[in-house]
Write a protein that binds this ligand. Structure first.
Ligand code: NAD
Ligand code: TYD
Length: 342
């Protein structure tokens, strides 16, 4: 593995992964292949733009000809597929792009990897494929999938296709399923950057329902290291969960975030819940630990570090929040009912 195509590399996790890999492996070359949707942002990669080991191609993963041309031209041996439509609320409002990119786009990449005989195809997936988890259970890689939102269903379909390509054609596939990532360059539609940037401007933080849903907020670089561990030492055809292995209520996350900013709890505003909202995700990450990986940040460290990045990088998020985002925010939150706290 020397020449890696990182699809979706101009997005949040992809751009952090590109930076991490260039720093870690001086002899690797990275091609970012990205459509630059609303979530793809060249600003996320400004600091690597002049690195001679880095190249960028603007393209859609659904465009088979363009994908194959980029793979050939850059002599790619490995695809790491981060490209996706990623926001659950957008998938509820408009699922179409999710089915195209997360399902059909994954198929196009798998087929291209098969035709060109690549060394590895790695699929970036999510804990949302397991659906919401009851009791104290932590999802195992062998658990049945039970997606409940259009986003989760489209990501699950991508996983199933990747497994099928391994079983049927012997394609050297690996899959990782990550918990909620937080950190630098996350588009401020996701809860943590949305809440930090709202709070900085003294705007309300729209907590869905009772705010007692549970998530495993992991620092993005811990996730990147996990993907790297699987690329280096993972077994072909296998799935690996990536997270801290813990969980936290959304309200607890919000309180840490507000405390780090020195902002009052009165900014919390409970609003009508997300339809089909998954109450709890929690992963068993022992399989990945078996490859010698471990998370470096607790939930609290990850949240505080993330908050500080947004405080120090207003240049990055103010541009986004003043553009197309305003219309999105009005559509999702404009008429949303405010409810009493539970
Ligand atoms: P993001 O929304 O920040 O970025 C997605 C990137 O994909 C953007 O750069 C966008 O331009 C690009 N893209 C979208 N459609 C494309 C297409 N058709 N062709 C080429 N590029 C396209 O996403 P993210 O949060 O960085 O997530 C990256 C991956 O990680 C996704 O596969 C997501 O499902 C998975 N994941 C995310 C999280 C999380 O907490 N954010 C957790 C687990 C897994
Ligand atoms: P999100 O960042 O959208 O990730 P996901 O739904 O994929 O886990 O949301 C994380 C949690 O925060 C989830 O339980 C929904 C909740 N949430 C809110 O309470 N308010 C919001 O405005 C958003 C965007 C999310």
């Amino acid at each position: 593995m020397k020449n890696i195509m990182v699809t979706g590399g101009a997005g949040f996790i992809g751009s952090n992964f590109v930076r991490y890999m260039l720093n870690r492996y001086p002899d690797y070359r990275i091609l970012v292949y990205d459509k630059l949707t609303y979530a793809g942002n060249p600003d996320n990669l400004l600091d690597v733009a002049d690195d001679p080991r880095y190249a960028f191609v603007k393209g859609d993963i659904c465009d088979a000809e363009a994908v194959i041309a980029a793979l050939r031209e850059h002599n790619i041996d490995t695809i790491v597929n981060f490209a996706a439509e990623t926001h659950v609320d957008r998938s509820i409002m408009d699922p179409d792009a999710f089915i195209r990119t997360d399902v059909y786009g994954t198929y196009v990449l798998l087929e291209a990897a098969r035709q060109l005989g690549l060394e590895r195809y790695h699929q970036i997936s999510t804990d949302e494929v397991y659906g919401h988890i009851h009791g104290d259970h932590r999802s195992l890689e062998t658990d049945p999938v039970a997606p409940r939102s259009p986003y989760a269903a489209s990501k699950t379909s991508g996983d199933l296709l990747a497994v099928a390509y391994h079983v049927t054609y012997g394609l050297p596939v690996t899959i990782t399923r990550g918990a909620n990532n937080i950190g630098p360059y996350q588009y401020p539609e996701k809860v943590v950057p949305l809440f930090v940037t709202n709070a900085i401007d003294n705007l309300p933080l729209p907590v869905y329902g009772d705010g007692k849903q549970r998530r495993d907020y992991q620092y993005v670089l811990d996730h990147c290291e996990g993907v790297d561990a699987v690329l280096q030492r993972g077994a072909l055809g296998e799935i690996y969960n990536i997270g801290t292995g813990g969980e936290m209520e959304n309200l607890a996350m919000v309180e840490i975030l507000l405390d780090e900013l020195g902002k009052p709890r009165s900014l919390i505003q409970h609003v009508e819940d997300r339809p089909g909202h998954d109450r709890r995700y929690c992963l068993n990450v022992d399989k990945l630990r078996g490859l010698g990986w471990q998370p470096r940040h607790t939930h609290e460290e990850a949240i505080r570090k993330t908050v500080r990045w947004y405080v120090e990088n207003e240049w990055w998020w103010r541009k986004i929040k003043s553009g197309e985002f305003k219309e999105y925010y009005r559509r999702l939150y404009g008429d949303r009912k405010v409810i009493a706290p539970a």
